[in-house]
Write a protein that binds this ligand. Structure first.
Ligand SMILES: *Cc1c(COP(=O)(O)O)cnc(C)c1O
Length: 404
């Protein structure tokens, strides 16, 4: 933790924090990529590297059809409307994309945002009301945490509570929080929100058990499956498909900036009445521009390719299983799960950053995560697998790990 500098003027305290990050080996250097995202990327200053830090799970970020669809969108519609949707309207591709998201997710309706961060910030402050309780997994994504914080400010009297990561019964579990909520609400709505796939652990929420608990306590289940779409389930629909729960999750948020094209954008998918209310009342929908139409076109093409070529999902799964086995046999501690996120636990933040720098010199692009992205003492290298990888890329990663 940085020592407290709060009483100092901005310039002094900021310089102190930055100096501390440098001296602690925790300063993040942003790399520049010369060329598109793919199995290998050209990292400025390091040359061609095998890429294991992108969420480009299906290898669609530079797919020729995805690129062409974006170009066509730009040619046909220009850059955008220079306005929000309720004033100047949306373009046809937004509607097409929203229908295709609803179909893909198995929901009644869908709506897009410039990011999933925005989607989460629309959902909770708009749909929750005073007297409701929102119950959240402690390791949920920062955008969910902040969206709930914002919701409790905008809707005074909205209660929030947090359960221990993936703990469904016992002390501090979801069940315990649901029991407490029944006493708190006095008739308000109870909401349960979880990531489908947790981005730092690479583990998944047990949606089948969570669904059963939500049914027992009459709670609405919201799943942010940003790392699950395109990855989990036989046809890559997400963690709900993995658990055979198509049609059983009340509301989804998700991103178009990972497997589904990789540019940017987020969405909400769920019942028509929830989407209607977000369009009418959501502050990110009323006061912020639409997803760029070129991105809507390329994201729609990405979903089309995913549906057409489910073998990409299988290849991703095979690659992930192979990577886990190989990393483990090289003597590293890798967290087990059915996802494409393979965190290698190294504990110390400075060590994780130093290892990732050395890997880059060896031609392998992997990022080390430490505090404050993960709790102190839990630093890790997060290896992310893609359907774009061949076995040779994974072998290259493991050979580099062995040299560390
Ligand atoms: C990546 C991620 C987000 C943020 O998505 P953006 O579209 O980049 O804002 C939100 N939620 C979860 C669970 C994520 O993994």
């Amino acid at each position: 933790m940085p020592t407290t500098t709060a009483a100092l003027p901005f310039d002094l305290r900021t310089d102190a924090v930055l100096a501390q990050l440098h001296s602690g080996g925790q300063y993040k250097h942003l790399r520049t990529i010369d060329g598109p995202m793919d199995a290998t990327v050209n990292v400025r200053g390091y040359g061609e590297c095998a890429c294991f830090c992108s969420n480009n799970y299906l290898g669609l970020a530079n797919h020729p059809e995805v690129v062409e669809a974006g170009l066509r969108g730009l040619r046909d519609f220009g850059a955008g409307t220079a306005s929000v949707r309720f004033i100047c309207g949306s373009f046809g591709p937004h509607e097409v994309l929203e229908q295709s998201i609803a179909r893909y997710m198995g929901t009644e309706s869908g709506y897009t945002f410039v990011s999933c961060w925005n989607a989460n910030e629309a959902v909770f402050p708009t749909l929750c009301e005073p007297g409701d309780v929102v119950i959240s997994d402690e390791l949920n994504h920062a955008s969910i945490i902040d969206a709930i914080r914002l919701a409790t400010v905008i809707k005074k009297g909205l209660n929030k509570s947090v359960y221990k990561h993936n703990a469904l019964t016992g002390p501090n579990s979801l069940e315990a929080r649901l029991e407490e909520a029944a006493a708190l609400t006095g008739g308000g709505q109870v909401w349960v929100v979880t990531d489908g796939v947790f981005s730092m652990e690479g583990d998944i929420a047990d949606l089948a058990a969570i669904r059963a608990l939500c049914d027992r306590f009459n709670a609405i289940l919201v799943v942010d499956d940003s790392h699950g779409h395109g990855v989990m389930g036989r046809t890559g629909r997400g963690t709900h498909e993995h658990f055979d729960l198509l049609g059983k999750v009340d509301l989804f948020t998700g991103t178009l900036g990972k497997a589904l094209g990789g540019a940017a954008g987020g969405f909400v998918a769920g019942p028509k009445r929830a989407i209607d209310l977000l369009v009418q009342r959501g502050r990110p929908t009323l006061f912020s521009n639409a997803l760029p139409v070129s991105v809507a076109c390329s994201a729609n093409k990405a979903i089309e390719i995913l549906v057409r070529e489910p073998q990409r999902v299988q290849k991703l799964r095979d690659n992930s299983a192979y990577a886990r086995t190989q990393i483990r046999s090289a003597g590293f501690e890798v967290l087990e799960s059915p996802t494409a996120i393979c965190p290698i636990i190294v504990h110390d933040t400075a060590r994780a950053i130093a290892m990732s720098k050395r890997l880059l010199e060896l031609g392998v692009f992997v990022i080390g995560f430490g505090y404050p992205v993960v709790p102190e003492g839990h630093a890790r290298l997060r290896v992310q697998i893609s359907a774009a990888h061949e076995k040779s890329h994974i072998d290259q990663l493991v050979a580099a790990l062995k040299k560390l």
